[in-house]
Design a protein around this ligand. Structure first.
Ligand code: SF4
Ligand code: SF4
Length: 192
């Protein structure tokens, strides 16, 4: 009886192992039918989506040193260095900085700035060897962002949301192919 039970267990395990190998191979064969979706970064880059919250851009001349950005920031991050000018009876901005090593890119400061001098860009490549280099002063913040679509060294690829319906691969799209659904400006037009 013991021998028969051993044979029975062995047969069950063999059948189960064959089933699992079959399931694994089914996934492999399924992927052999698909085209690769690999993005050859950094030679190719995906175009970030419209509302991407990347590195913040700051316009020094528009800032009125009101410090609203500091109050709405969950970690009181922006540093607004100003002094009162008795002649003009107005605040004079000396320096402005945001430390992107600490910023959580929530966009609150951009949303609430009364003069719109802050904006979120599509820049996401901020890595450095020293985290202190992520503390951007007003000069670094005022630098215009690099756009993937304007970089001559990079082939821009459409992100999934920009691809035509049913397409999952951004390479070799026919010229003029439209993304699925309406663009934001087209949605605005339909609501007029
Ligand atoms: S909210 Fe805008 S205007 Fe006010 S201090 Fe911040 S960046 Fe300057
Ligand atoms: S994006 Fe958010 S965390 Fe970063 S500075 Fe603005 S409010 Fe603060």
């Amino acid at each position: 009886m013991k021998f028969l039970k051993q044979v029975s267990d062995y047969t069950k395990e063999t059948v189960q192992a064959a089933k699992f190998i079959g399931q694994g191979l089914a996934v492999t064969f399924d992927h052999m039918q698909r085209r690769p979706v690999t993005v050859q970064y950094p030679y190719e880059k995906l175009i970030p989506s419209e509302r991407f919250r990347g590195r913040i851009h700051f316009e020094f001349d528009k800032c009125i040193a009101c410090e609203v950005c500091v109050r709405v920031c969950p970690i009181n991050l922006p540093v607004v260095d100003w002094e009162f000018n008795p002649e003009t009876k107005k605040k004079k901005l000396n320096h402005y900085s945001i430390d992107f090593g600490v910023c959580i890119f929530c966009g609150n400061c951009v949303e609430y700035c009364p003069t719109n001098c802050l904006s979120m860009t599509e820049e996401y490549e901020l890595s450095t060897y020293d985290r202190h280099e992520l503390n951007y002063d007003n000069v670094a913040l005022g630098r215009l962002p690099y756009k993937v679509t304007e970089d001559p060294m990079v082939t821009p690829l459409r992100e999934f949301a920009y691809l035509p319906k049913g397409v999952i691969e951004p390479h070799g799209l026919p010229a003029g192919s439209r993304r699925a659904g309406l663009r934001p400006e087209e949605i605005v037009d339909t609501e007029k």
